[in-house]
Design a protein around this ligand. Structure first.
Ligand code: NAD
Length: 471
């Protein structure tokens, strides 16, 4: 089945060359999408540009009503969307349903909370003046998404954009375009033509979107190297950018932590989405007093879970694509060669499918690539520390700075330490909890700007100061 692109309220793209979409559990082709040309992309941007004046004129309450309708439509289409996520991304069906409910909770929040992106009135120094600060939409927002959460990240990028009065062009990952295409179709049952457009294709199409002079803001989630290219390409017309890039999050587990209580939580957050989550816990630093207990507890959980085709009754699906599978396999091989101790997993079974077992690695050196680089797969290195200051220095010794966490039964002490982690979000006794009312973003090379909360919404607006002199 070949899917088309949705531009200006119509399906187009039959004439373009196709890209195959593969089920990572079987290696079989499950659909095809157009590899859009830049001409195609220009048409979509032109449609979004033309739709902007009318859409931005709508009142806040009118736009909220669109989002509320969309929320209801997503509930109606949940089963189909979930099956599509599992088919193209690989995650188990139950988890795919969870992704939809979670994404929908953000739509609900944006519908309600955006009423509160107020401007302000500044007391003027002269009595004949009034100064108003307005938050205006920026124009056309270009969104480029990765393959790990095909619906959720598309919603994260585009709903605050629409809600604030902008129009949108989205390009999903070429590995997982089918869910986003279906979501675009559902969104277009509601919004006027040209407000929400989608083109599909590989990185070359992304590279045609980001420099375009009629795109006013880019929002991107994906790898740091691609994020850097996008930022460079945005300089032509000084676009606003929000970049959510890679993370290699560290967690520090203090000696007073209750291992039996913390281990299942640590496992869940490190392995969420099969480890393919930007803000998953990826480097675990454990105090020497509880190191062996924690290793044992995590290995016991890892030994009890199942990996297989996400359409069956399994805990974990495959890695989403071959390049990522190859990367995880290579990192595991190198760690083994370095003398690290594998408590579980470590080797992929014979194909088909990009399956890799949940792998827990102990006694691993800091300079191993598995510790230095984000693996983005089901593999967790556990490192030992004696001195807390040393653990903090090792945790911060990274170009990434997305998230981090501290685990302890002394919440005050953990909070103090968490505030010294160099990252956009630091959690205490939790990790990777992202919610619509809390800003989320990276520092260092993990990104620029934030999503969510009032701060995230404001990134989809520009400040306009109105200075009014009484006549
Ligand atoms: P990627 O950066 O290669 O691709 C992400 C998106 O960017 C895709 O839609 C791709 O087509 C597009 N793209 C590629 N080159 C482009 C260019 N020059 N200009 C514009 N767009 C371009 O990332 P990926 O292959 O999806 O994932 C690889 C890595 O990204 C992962 O290993 C992980 O490190 C990171 N990642 C991070 C997150 C996060 O949430 N922060 C999510 C997914 C992936």
């Amino acid at each position: 089945m070949k899917k088309l692109n949705y531009i200006n309220g119509d399906w187009v793209g039959e004439e373009f060359e196709s890209i195959d979409v593969v089920n990572p559990a079987t290696g079989k082709v499950i659909g095809q999408i157009p590899n859009a040309t830049s001409e195609h992309t220009n048409l979509a941007i032109e449609a979004a540009h033309k739709a902007f004046p009318e859409w931005s004129k709508k009142t806040s309450l009118e736009r909220a009503a669109y989002l509320k309708k969309l929320h209801a439509l997503i509930v109606l289409n949940k089963e189909e969307l979930a099956r599509t996520i599992t088919l193209e991304m690989g995650k188990p069906l139950q988890e795919a349903k969870g992704e939809i409910d979670y994404a929908n909770s953000f739509i609900e929040w944006f519908a309600e909370e955006s009423k509160r992106i107020y401007g302000e009135t500044i007391p003027a120094s002269a009595t004949d003046k009034r100064i108003l600060v307005l938050k205006q939409p920026v124009g056309v927002v270009g969104a480029i998404t990765p393959w790990n959460f095909p619906l959720m990240i598309a919603i994260w990028h585009t709903m605050p954009a629409l809600r604030s009065g902008n129009t949108v062009l989205i390009k999903p990952s070429e590995f997982t375009p089918l869910t986003t295409l279906r979501a675009a179709e559902i969104i277009n049952e509601i919004v006027p033509a040209g407000v929400f457009n989608i083109v599909t294709g590989d990185g070359s199409i992304g590279a045609a979107i980001s420099p375009h002079p009629d795109i006013n803001k880019m929002v991107f989630t994906g790898s740091t190297p691609t994020g850097k290219k996008i930022m460079q390409s945005c300089s032509g017309n000084l676009k606003r950018v929000t970049l959510e890039l890679g993370g290699n999050d560290a967690a520090i587990v203090l000696p007073d932590t209750n291992v039996q209580e913390a281990a299942p939580k640590i496992f869940a957050t490190a392995l969420m989405n099969n480890g393919q989550t930007c803000a998953a816990l990826k480097r675990l630093y454990v105090h020497e007093d509880i190191y062996d207990d924690m290793c044992q507890a995590l290995a016991a959980i890892a030994s009890s879970v199942t990996t297989g085709d996400g359409s069956g009754e399994v805990d974990f699906g495959p890695i989403q694509n071959k390049p990522q599978f190859d990367k995880v396999t290579k990192l595991a091989e190198e760690a083994k060669a370095s003398g690290a101790r594998f408590l579980t997993g470590g080797e992929a079974p014979a194909g088909p499918g990009y399956f890799f077992p949940v792998t827990i690695v102990a006694d691993i050196a800091d300079d191993t690539r598995l510790v230095q680089e984000e693996p983005f797969g089901p593999i967790l290195p556990i490192l030992k520390f004696t001195d807390v200051e040393d653990a903090l220095q090792r945790a911060n010794d990274s170009n990434n700075g997305l998230g981090g966490s501290v685990w302890s039964s002394d919440v005050e002490r953990a909070t103090q330490l968490a505030s010294r982690l160099e990252c956009g979000t630091a959690w205490v006794n939790a990790h990777a909890m992202i919610q619509p009312d809390a800003p989320f973003g990276g520092v260092k090379e993990s990104g620029i700007g934030v999503e969510f909360g009032r701060y995230g919404l404001e990134e989809y607006t520009s400040i306009q100061t109105l200075q009014i002199t009484k006549g």
